[in-house]
Design a protein around this ligand. Structure first.
Ligand SMILES: [Zn+2]
Length: 91
């Protein structure tokens, strides 16, 4: 067996698991203006598109155009074939 050639393509194994939002998990989004000294920010919301709307309104009102947007959610890993465990009954 020969050593791998640097820079050569590596064939990846097919994925056996995938990750996505937990069906019963919460999503929380926030945004903060990055214009120096502004201090504007949104309260946490469960509706991420609403954060973008608030950023657009703030940008229109102030001319500030750069924001730190954070979206956080609970993730669940499942088998790629669809055979996942039930998160309510699994230990
Ligand atoms: Zn601002």
């Amino acid at each position: 067996m020969s050593a791998p050639v640097p820079g050569a393509a590596v064939e990846a194994a097919p994925p056996t698991r995938r990750i996505g939002p937990h069906p019963r998990g919460e999503t929380v989004a926030t945004a903060h203006c990055l214009d120096g000294g502004c201090g504007w920010g949104t309260p946490p919301t469960a509706v991420p598109p609403g954060v973008n709307v608030e950023c657009l309104a703030h940008a229109t009102a102030t001319g500030h155009d750069t924001f730190a947007v954070t979206v956080e959610y609970v993730a669940l890993v499942t088998d790629a074939g669809g055979a996942g465990r039930d998160p309510d009954t699994a230990a």
